[in-house]
Design a protein around this ligand. Sequence first.
Ligand code: PMP
Length: 360
Amino acid sequence: MERKKNYFAGPSVMPVEVLEKLKEDMVDFKGQGLSMIEASHRGGMFEEMYDQCLALFRELLGISDEYDVYFLGGGATLQFTMIPMNFLRPGSVADYIRSGTWSNKAADDAEKLGKVNYYYDGKANNYSSLPDPKTVKPSENSSYLYLCSNETIGGIEWQDFPDTGSVPLIGDMSSDIFSRPIPVDSFSMIYGGVQKNLGPAGATFIIMKKSLLEKQNSNLTAYMDYKLHSKNKGLYNTPPVFSIWAVKLVLEWIKANGGTEGMLKRAIEKSSIIYDTIDNSSFFRSPVDAAYRSRMNIVFRLPNEELEAKFVEESKKEGMLGLKGHRSVGGLRASIYNALPVEDVVALAQFMKEFERKNG
Ligand code: PMP
């Protein structure tokens, strides 16, 4: 079977070795006579795998004991609600950086639950840039400052992060987690859906500084309460077992491929191939401030929408999927997550050059 070249934004490409392992162990997990997805989450088989998954997660990101790490369901979207419910203190304000679709959705949800200050809104530049992290200062009496490290739709990514002092910094890293080392200690909370760099959709990872829980609001319903999840290591209710199992295998793949440093090298190599193709052409155009270009989601435009539609149609014939930009912004987008082979990025660059030769 020839696999497609997969540039979908999420769910997205998985390491083929991981898919093979899932297949191998699907019916009979390591000779135990049942599948991992048939086993109780209160039993040894799952718990052993889960503990290994969390340990590897911590090891690869260098997460200290000051933090809890676990998985929840509900997608990254549920966190848009849980964060303000837990941490936006009445009488205080939360600072949000509006940098595109995902941080805007989080800010809009927070606004329904408390007072929100827009520290920055990229609307004026069509969400093509970010504030200089060195200049970012939370407002006085702020409950937390919130940002999205990589806007999956707009294709902009923070390269460094603000120092918010004693104000907790919270980051949505759904689409660039494990693509590079991250300064976990600068954050009080990092979270994200796993369906880009980590595995099949279903689980949301939570990295939370234990001391953040001291500032939590009270009277929360069970599932909305981070303290309850922390106490139960994410196993208060049935966890997304399949997704977590696959995440464990993807983490092993990341470790075998050089950890986060290895992923960063891969990301630089792959994203440079496409950005160089764009920059060396007067046909393709990047709408994003070069200082904040995403290494995971490369957004680009052609001279007109007819050519963009043609590009998508012709790329499909070459077995290339997912190059159409998000319906809310149009244009083209190549998501080139960790698992996407370098050869598939080279193939895309060749296809782009050929398309320009024929249509430019
Ligand atoms: N944040 C970011 C950066 C995303 O890319 C997405 C989904 N693409 C979400 C949040 C929402 O995730 P979910 O669909 O898992 O709720």
